[in-house]
Ligand binder design. Sequence first.
Ligand code: ZN
Ligand code: ZN
Length: 463
Amino acid sequence: MREQGLSIGQGISVMAKHKLRNSLLVALLVGVASHMAFAEEAAGLKDEVARQVLALEGKLIERRRDIHAHPELGNQETRTSQLVADHLRHLGMEVRTGVARTGVVGILRGGRSGPVIALRADMDALPVKETLDLPFASKAKSTYLGKEVDVMHACGHDSHVAILMTVAEILAGLRDRLPGTVAFYFQPAEEGPSDFVPDGRNTWGAKMMVQEGVMNEPRPEAIFGLHSWAGLQAGQIAYRPGPTLASSDDLRIRITGKQTHAGRPWDGIDPIVVSAQALLGLQTVISRQTDITETPSVVSIGTINGGTRYNIIPETVDMTGTIRSYDYEIRRSVHERVRRTVGGIAESAGAKAEVTIVEKYDPTINDEALTERMLPTLQWATDGNVVRSPLVGAAEDFSFFAKEVPGFFFFLGITPRDQDMAKAAPNHNPGFFLDESALVVGVRALAGVAVDYLSGGPQQASR
Ligand SMILES: [Zn+2]
Ligand SMILES: [Zn+2]
């Protein structure tokens, strides 16, 4: 390609052309050699990662058990973030605390020049009462939206923190050989805040970190994260290029009619009947009004509340639900159709509908080129145990980081290999169980992705 471009250039003598050709050849050889050196260096770093992971496994498991026994709800992760900040400082990193309330960011600058990447772990637990009889089972209690609740790491964020702390330890040990900078994001409140109800004006977690400018200095070229997943066997990793997790928007509907005696409904406007019609109308937003051939969407109503007594037609009925999509344009169109459908049905009865949609989480969309590039690293981390993931109906606020820079978020299997997968307690279940043999795989994957990316690999060298 290059040669052809030159040979059609005017005024280049044959001699000059030869010289240029030679110098191009030299440049090419130097390029190949430096690529080989890079590839060798990356392989060397990865060997070191593999060695260190095994050496640190005991500490890794201990760390995860300690965090598991002391779970904290979103925006209350003070003990966990203290643990993280002390650890990162001990490793000699530049550390920022109080990020998006209780988050911690550590910056590790490698001894050689290179790109900046970010690795992310979320730290919060859930208002769930643990049912497993483990020596390190949670007995923690806390306050969730003003109510006392039991707290449990039922989504595996304890493992995310322990994994990323260990990755930080390994990469800090390789600092002199590291070609670039790694930012470690320990994020609060992925599951949402425990101290206020989202109303569309307040913010938390990943979105708040982005708003606070965490990604501005240093600006990462790419961000990586993982999630422990009960639907996969320990040792396995699942990935998906492009849309991977759904957006999640709160839907709140209030139907206002006119209260009256239930024996004389013609005297009022019945919001119970209107809400029933609206509920059925909502079923047509996806099934009749949305093109689902490329990407699915979901509209679900989870609560309906109205009325106080059998013979009173109430004034209002409240419904709440959720809207999920994997595409920004479809999400916008679903919102519009939900408003129109509910509004039109209410109007037909002379009632009033207030529809509030609070956008909570954007869809998590993996950068396709980045995903493809890092697959060999995941194969290396799992000894070839990588599978493709279906779309996941849950949401993740990793989406806000991946909206800023190319991101890759993948799933780490944590269910014991000999267990019937159909019977494994899912994430968020009180019986959620994590096979600790998965932890080293998570460390290998994240640390491997970091050293491979920084070294310009793994696949780039052969391109
Ligand atoms: Zn969760
Ligand atoms: Zn989670």
